[in-house]
Design a protein around this ligand. Structure first.
Ligand code: DX5
Ligand code: ZN
Length: 224
């Protein structure tokens, strides 16, 4: 059945964490040529999360061949230290964890002052209501639907209700804050998440393990 949509299509951000690291250039070219809106880059320090992903020298070189806006997800302690690095790379949005920032308002203000969109990330156990006094200053909220650190994990169901509650807070206050979801996203779940209020979907394994990632991204854009 033909589906008529009156809203803008969902924003799709493939997560490079699930790419083939032996063929990163090929996978980045695939994303560049696809209908994906952003490229999601996961940065880990082995302290905030029990894993380490891409180091800065590598990110600097990879950024030279990425043509999609970069959506950087910092899973590190003291993320404010790295604002100048990502500012110099020209990233679109910089996401910092609520759980990693003692002075969150200061960090968000610095990110915006550096010309990037400021995004606050919530781990699965952190209630959206804790954002009451920062929401107005935040361009985007990233709801983690898995515990951060690894790709290919199972979606945690209650996080969908957090999206619904956060959307209500945003609408009630007439804000333009976007909601992004990260972890265990696929086509079917993506539809439910957008119904709940999500604007941006991150997907790693689902996209990079597909036989035809370009076609899959096209379907996500059209069908969700
Ligand atoms: C997990 C990362 C995610 C991850 C998502 O800590 O933040 O971006 O790559 O991977 P999937 O979509 O495979 O769950
Ligand atoms: Zn991520």
């Amino acid at each position: 059945m033909q589906k008529f949509k009156f809203t803008m299509s969902v924003t799709i951000a493939p997560s490079l964490l699930s790419a083939n690291f032996l063929r990163l250039e090929d996978d980045i070219t695939m994303v560049n040529q696809s209908d994906a809106d952003w490229l999601h880059l996961d940065v880990m320090d082995g302290v905030f999360v029990p894993n380490i992903s891409l180091g800065f020298p590598m990110i600097q070189q990879l950024a030279q061949i990425m043509t999609k806006p970069l959506d950087v997800h910092l899973m590190v302690v003291e993320p404010q230290k790295f604002i100048p690095f990502f500012q110099a790379l020209g990233v679109r949005s910089l996401s910092v964890h609520y759980e990693a920032c003692t002075h969150l308002h200061r960090v968000v203000t610095e990110i915006k002052g550096a010309g990037m969109k400021a995004c606050v990330v919530l781990n699965p156990h952190t209630p959206v209501e804790l954002l009451t006094d920062i929401l107005e200053d935040t361009d985007m909220v990233l709801i983690m639907s898995v515990n951060p650190g690894f790709g290919g994990q199972k979606f945690i169901p209650h996080t969908q209700d957090k999206i619904r509650r956060l959307k209500e807070m945003i609408v009630a206050r007439n804000l333009k804050t976007l909601i992004e979801v990260d972890g265990g996203v696929n086509l079917e779940r993506g539809k439910l998440l957008v119904e709940a209020g999500a604007d941006v979907l991150v997907a790693g394994n689902f996209i990079f393990n597909a036989d035809n990632p370009i076609e899959l991204i096209r379907r996500m854009k059209q069908e969700i």
